[in-house]
Design a protein around this ligand. Sequence first.
Ligand code: NAD
Ligand code: MG
Length: 379
Amino acid sequence: MQARTIAILGATGSIGTQALDIAGRYPERFRVSCLTAASSAEKLFELVRRFRPDTAALNTEPDRLPEDVRFCQWFFGPDATVRALLAAKPRDALCAIVGIAGLDAVWHALDVCERVLLANKEALVTGGSLVTAKAARMGVPLLPVDSEHSAIFQCLQARQGNPVKKLWLTCSGGALRSWKKQDMYAATVRDVLAHPTWRMGGKITVDCATMVNKGLEVIEARHLFDMPAEKIGVVIHPQSVVHSMVEFEDGAVLAQLGMPDMRGPIGYAMGFPDRLPYDATPLDLAALGHLDFAAPDHDRFPCLKLAVGALKRGGSAPVILNGANEVAVAAFLRERIPFGRIPEIIDAALQSVPAGPVASIADVYAADRAAREYARARL
Ligand code: NAD
Ligand code: MG
């Protein structure tokens, strides 16, 4: 077997490092030809030494480049990721940059890659049908990496042409799942980053605590699977063992289960259609004893409804939601605003920033800028 070339964009992050764990286990399958990160230079140097890519990129140019990483072609600056990707022209690109900052990389990966492995949900929340239309036009599959979407994608392999009645996304409930409403407003960064089942980057962990993450995932599912918002349900499932489900017309519901470990969905996308064993903890249902499910509490977690509302409104509303959320979450992580301000800022932005049609990527960025300006002013 000839090793497939793959770019890992956002290589130093939670998803990026776990993807490299899988790549490292299968050197005969994967040749990592491009590695990129925003600013963690030392961490990226280590990965470059180990995986020896053709190209590498950092947004922030380091003071000096160590001698032993100079064998590859380096790119620096705000568009360094895209330049490194285009120079490497890998067969696959794993897009694991966080936020709308990763949209450009997804967009360009569709030009040069055979497959795009998508972790960067914000690229689909903001780029929406522009991204899926381009993927279809270029004949490039978008393989989901987000665990819920991977689960649905896996269940859909058994579809055999039958219509789908509903998609069910499971949701851990995040770090504040069992908090009282009056205590949530002042939850600290430390409280919020203590996710019960997943270890992830800071931004998505905050998104889980507000549950905007599940809203972003409903929007992501709408685009990935071409399902209307009404046919995408959310159910709280604290153990994160059932990763999501597909309901068919005859009432049958297919689910994908496993212990929570992102290397499962990452490896499934990387190896698709092959499954790549790693040191996964086997699922022991008898030891678990029970799996719990509940309806989401929209009173304590208003962000889920805000996101689904933005999806139903359409046009640039999801872009506004996303932009306001990114600004609010960054401010919360810098301890500039209390946790409870995050939903308030998103809600205010959705009410005040005019939403319009989105016909081009330029429209996406214009709506994102307007949302950010508004949210920053509200901080
Ligand atoms: P992270 O913060 O751990 O890592 C982000 C990576 O992107 C880093 O390598 C960082 O250097 C790079 N990056 C950040 N800003 C950038 C910019 N402006 N330009 C170029 N590179 C930039 O994030 P993560 O938790 O790995 O999440 C990555 C994406 O995957 C997010 O969209 C997230 O929603 C999604 N996701 C993550 C998980 C998870 O378990 N971590 C699960 C599902 C989906
Ligand atoms: Mg997810």
